[in-house]
Design a protein around this ligand. Structure first.
Ligand code: 26V
Length: 823
């Protein structure tokens, strides 16, 4: 526990804030206060907020320094922050006050907030998890900061033309980012390319020298991360690539000015754009350079901070923990070895122990195509010294295995860092495992599969390394800020402790059958549904009724997430109605949202399918408006904040054993949606918590899936032959009912679903999915029953706060402690 020595000068009362905003309008924006627009006021507010955050950030830094606290650095190639202004105001407990103040000044703060661009520096779950972690660390007063890349272009924006996804560039910084702080004085120099010269010192010591490298500069940009209550402000440090001064020297020498500037521009390419996740990106030189850039900038920053307080690198891991968010920053293991061995001249065995004690690795996917490998040739070109080190690490590691397991050649081949087939490649996952003291998965099932399916040999050798850390989400952004009607109701009935202790919501269990509470709960949901209906009407020109069941599937488009299964159900409902005259048990609005990787053809076709099916159903008079389908484009954090609070039924229907955890599933349930889902990822633990009566379960279990696939005994054509429902749906697709102008467009889907051993077993789960969906319709028609279940979902999701997740990492992996500001 530390005592705060600095006195905060900036006060949060209305008068001080008002004065600061006016000052910023004049002195930062150079405008007269009378002529300030809404946008100017928004910027001035952000700058005034920044002043307050900076003060607290300096205080937090002093607190950590003075206590010589061990710090955790989260290394992640992606962060999906979402808008920062509202969230920071909310955590500073200034949001309502600012809203009132803006209203008095004649402005609408909601509109100002709507105009902020989302920094979309991530693809999906992995990046958003990192952002939730940072929020929780700051809220828990823990010394934990994020390191990443300051991409100029974030994840592409998605527009829809004629039902097809079109990608647009995301220049998120167009209006500047008022909250960030650029720190050119802390820039670091990163070498790349070149060659290694092996020399021997007179004393016989081997001295490798990395020569003729090119260098780029990493310039840090800090985004303050304020914890709830405003006491602790950590930061996310993002590095932007800049050309080094050495280029200017070359310009002077060579006289070829334009070519030299060209090279300057090329070196700044490193942080130009975030890669959208898809397997084809492996092998791309620029991506490898990005990964190294993050690691090298991060480690230089950390070692510099460490050196300022402690000269003895033998003690490094007593003060520093580094969490590798998937394998993207796995080169940390090699870069830290290079630093300790080459620069600090620490003996190899000691250096390896320090590296392992510092690093820990989280796996986020089981999909084999997503496991990173880098070709030896590319590594040799970009990072020649690192390749040497990788060989050395591997050879010592394999020596150990040989000693332990003598001559099990197959085992040695599997565990080697080098894949020897055809083109030699380095397996980044193996590197991350052996260079870390902890390897974790992100849900109980996933962590079991990490041990059994991904790394059985490593698990056998070091079972103590492997552990589970079930994901969570931050209740601040995903309930307090994004669902204010529900948040208010919860606070009114259970007090406000839930904001930092989500398990407090257990207190509302007793209201599950209380009609007064239920009415208010329903009213809050309805308010959110009206907002979303209006949004859908105004952006898509689709009329949806807030009284219908909102059935929502929002996540990246991928075959394993089975948006196709959802569409098959919609088609089934439609055919039931128009071909058989059987009306659904309740009116439903199917809402989809999600981006497809630009190179993932099937996923893009699924987006087209959703639009085509929606196009036919939405305008078919026979449906009488009982089924509606809407695809809300450009899914991103700010859109998720609109969609999730309005959901009745959350689709979490991946094939068992494919979704590592999911975090959208948690956001929906906390906001009072019921889940229809498989026993996959964190669904399993959610169902345990909310109770099996309050979760719509269907589908094969992971072991059944594995059995079908490994014995190659899944023959979907048999299902087609024996099930009239399946036949009708697939025949409708094949007969161009949803693609009259484009015959054959969706035939590939039918062919794929009917192919032997179709990987995601869509048809195997179809019948049960349809059945359980019927139960959903039936129960939605009974509001007392439905809302009891919905209330119990909100009440029992306490486990899935990232506050719990972060406490577990802090205790079991990082060994870091909370350091409160006691003022
Ligand atoms: C997926 C794919 C699929 C196609 C081939 C290339 C490729 C590359 C990467 C990925 C997934 C990236 C890792 C990721 O985002 N995993 C997600 O992490 C979340 C946070 O732990 C977790 O909730 C999700 O289940 C998991 O998919």
């Amino acid at each position: 526990m530390a005592k705060c020595k600095s006195v905060l000068k900036k006060k949060n009362d209305r008068e001080s804030l008002n004065a600061d905003i006016c000052d910023h309008v004049v002195f930062s924006l150079s405008k007269d206060i009378e002529n300030a627009t809404e946008r100017d006021m928004g910027r001035a507010l952000a700058l005034s907020l920044r002043d307050r955050l900076v003060e607290r950030m300096l205080e937090t830094r002093d607190r950590y320094r003075e206590t010589k606290a061990k710090r955790m650095y989260y290394f992640s190639i992606e962060y999906l922050l979402g808008r920062c202004l509202g969230n920071s105001l909310c955590n500073m407990e200034m949001l309502s006050e600012c809203e009132d103040m803006f209203k008095d000044l004649g402005f609408d703060l909601d509109e100002v907030r709507e105009s902020e661009r989302d920094p979309a520096l991530g693809n999906g779950g992995l990046g958003r998890l990192a952002a939730c972690f940072l929020d929780s660390l700051a809220t828990l007063d823990m010394p934990g900061c994020g390191y990443g890349i300051h991409y100029e272009y974030g994840l592409f924006r998605q527009s829809i033309q004629d039902g097809y996804q079109k990608e647009l560039a995301d220049y998120w910084m167009a209006d500047g980012m008022p909250l960030e702080i650029i720190r050119p004085d802390q820039a670091v120099l990163i070498p790349l390319y070149g060659r290694v010269e092996n020399s021997i010192l007179p004393n016989g010591e081997y001295l490798p020298m990395w020569l003729d490298w090119e260098d780029i500069v990493g310039v840090p940009y800090d985004i303050p991360i304020v914890g709830y209550g405003g006491k602790t402000v950590n930061y996310l440090r993002l590095f932007a690539a800049r050309a080094s001064q050495n280029f200017d020297m070359e310009i002077f020498n060579s006289g070829d000015y334009i070519r030299a500037v060209q090279r300057k521009i090329e070196s700044e390419m490193v942080s130009k754009v975030l890669y959208p996740s898809e397997s084809v990106s492996f092998g791309k030189e620029l991506r490898l350079v990005q990964e190294y850039f993050l690691v090298a900038c991060g480690l230089r920053d950390i070692t510099r901070r460490f050196s300022a307080q402690n000269k003895n690198f033998e003690e490094f891991s007593d003060y520093v923990a580094i969490q590798l968010n998937d394998t993207h920053p796995a080169l940390t293991v090699v870069e830290l070895m290079r630093f300790l061995v080459d620069e600090k001249r620490i003996e190899w065995g000691r250096a390896w122990k320090i590296t392992q004690a510092t690093c820990a690795y989280t796996n986020h996917t089981l999909l084999p195509e997503a496991l990173e490998c880098w070709s030896v040739d590319l590594l040799e070109k970009v990072l020649p010294r690192h390749l040497q080190l990788i060989y050395e690490i591997n050879s010592r590691f394999l020596d150990g295995i040989k000693k332990k397991y003598s001559e099990d050649i197959e085992k040695i081949r599997r565990m080697s860092l080098i894949e020897e087939g055809g083109k030699k490649e380095v397996r980044m996952a193996n590197l991350a495992v052996i260079g870390s003291h902890s390897v974790n998965g992100v849900s109980e099932l996933h962590s079991e599969l990490v041990k059994r399916r991904l790394f059985p040999d490593f698990y056998e050798m070091n079972p103590e390394k492997f552990n589970n850390k079930t994901n969570g989400v931050t209740p601040r952004r995903w309930l307090l800020k994004s669902n204010r009607p529900l948040a208010k109701l919860l606070t009114d009935c259970a007090g406000d402790k839930w904001i930092t202790d989500l398990s407090e919501l257990k207190k509302i269990e007793k209201y599950a059958t209380d009609s007064e509470f239920r009415d208010k709960f329903v009213a809050a949901k309805r308010e959110n549904k009206i907002i979303l209906s209006n949004f859908i009407r105004s952006t898509l020109d689709i009329d949806v009724s807030p009284d219908s069941l909102f059935d929502i599937h929002a996540k990246r488009i991928h075959e394993y997430k089975r948006q196709l299964l959802n569409v098959l159900h919609i088609i089934h409902m439609y055919l039931e109605m128009v071909d058989h005259g059987r009306e659904p048990l309740c009116a439903r609005t199917f809402i989809f949202a999600g981006k497809a990787a630009p190179g993932y053809w099937e996923a893009k076709q699924i987006i087209k399918l959703i639009h085509s099916v929606g196009g036919v159903i939405n305008k078919d008079k026979r449906v009488k408006g009982l089924i509606k389908v809407a695809f809300t484009p450009d899914y991103r954090v700010s859109l998720a904040e609109k969609i999730i609070p309005a959901c009745d039924l959350s689709e979490q229907i991946s094939t068992a054993g494919t979704e590592a955890s999911g975090t959208g599933n948690m956001k929906f349930a906390i906001n009072g949606a019921l889940t229809i889902g498989t026993l996959d990822g964190a669904n399993i633990e959610m169902r345990e918590e909310v109770g099996e009566d309050n979760f719509y379960l269907f589908g094969l279990r992971q072991d059944e899936v594995e059995n079908l696939l490994t014995t190659r005994s899944y023959h979907p054509r048999e299902i087609y032959e024996s099930s009239a429902e399946v036949r009708e749906v697939l025949d409708a697709l094949y007969s161009n009912r949803f693609s009259p102008k484009d015959p054959g467009l969706f035939n590939w889907i039918v062919d794929k679903l009917l192919a032997d051993n179709e990987q995601y077993l869509h048809l195997a789960d179809f019948a049960e999915y349809i059945e359980v969906q019927k139960t959903v319709g039936l129960e939605y028609s009974d509001p007392v029953l439905w809302n009891k279940k919905a209330i119990l979902n909100t009440a029992r999701m306490g486990k899935f706060s990232t506050d719990r997740t972060m406490r577990e990492y802090a205790e079991d992996i990082w060994n870091i402690k909370a350091l409160k500001n006691l003022e």
